[in-house]
Design a protein around this ligand. Sequence first.
Ligand code: SF4
Length: 448
Amino acid sequence: MALTGIEIFKLLPKTNCKECGVPTCLAFAMALATGKAELSACPYVSDEAKEKLQEASAPPIRAVTIGAGDTTVKVGGETVMFRHEKRFENPPGIAILIKDNMEDSEVDARLEKFKQLQYERVGLNLRPELIAVKDESGDATKFESVVNKVKQGSDGGIILMSDNTDILAAGVKACADRKPLIYAATKDNLDSVAGLAKENSCPVAVKGSNLDEAAELTAKLGEAGINDIVIDSGARTVRQAFEDQVIIRGAALVNKFKPLGYPTITLPFEMTDNPMKEAVIASMFVAKYGGIIVLSDFQGESLFPLLVERMNVYTDPQRPLATTQGIYEIGAPGENSPVLITTNFSLTYFLVSGEIESSKIPSWLLVMDTEGLSVMTAWAAGKFVADAIGPFVKKSGIEEKVKHRKLIIPGYAAAESGGLEEELPGWEVLVGPREGSQITAYLKSWSP
Ligand code: SF4
């Protein structure tokens, strides 16, 4: 049973030193009880109290790690129903399916897609993380050999899918060091799969015929000392699967129902044969509340939107996505190329750099750290004003890259042009367009 705020308070030092970021130990206790604070934020909790508080401070949905070393994927660990309450913690792992009865060439092609379909966006590498190997052959040797191929041919986390413990054991044998997710323990094989998971310290998924059965299975695994669990509620209609996701999240967070306090695995490929419908179903699970999403195959046109959706849903709403401050070369700019400046709000950066790129005029783009604020907001907040921009331009090193001294500032910061010329003696400050869409036309008339 989770501790109440008052019970937690009794275990805290009660000095109200504020080092945890809240004014009193009581406020910290309340935040811990509702999963809105981490116990590690208080440096003064005794070891004895720490042990007692572990339960209260653990996220109501356990964080489960699949994989080892550099290729780990962490799912779960969620503390809120809605992103705006705090943030979502661990994005769902996206998996490609490989069946053990596929031709070698098809397995190779899928491994290649897994490697190739990665995208750079907002300074992040968006990519899928997991490969699900499914037993269709019923042949343990065949399964083991495909798992081996997957292990050798990719850095992804591995999900082993079979109802047969011997076949799962063959898969584990091939990749135990990669700590695969064993899928699935059912009511018929629970003891043997639990033994396999425990012996190899691997996470394990339960598959129920419905939510009640899934909860019974996780409770039994818990009794057996296995805690790294992922839940498949067994639903294969879109509506039921969606409802189950919401019920699982609510039961764990609101009702503190431990048997459902685990991340989920969802299988859109078992819900439709239509690839586009499958992508739409996957998109639903990105938003609500899939822990792992297994797709029948990857196509760039459906995977990329899913990865972008996932990035957007799982960014911290209190922290805007920001680009690193610096000089960005667009095209192959030279000493006579235009110099533009903007803020480091990622969306602004992408709009501006995209427009410069489509103008086909190689340019230097100075991106200034404004704590992720857009031009207008940063200007209004006093972070994108002459006495901040001037020192940044001087230190940026742009003066060594261009012969001319012309700086194009965004139209929304036009009021800074006079002050900026004072800050940057020898520079001419040009007021560029307000909207990114007008940059191409503006740059066409550029002359150094
Ligand atoms: S850091 Fe610890 S002792 Fe200090 S106020 Fe927070 S909970 Fe209390």
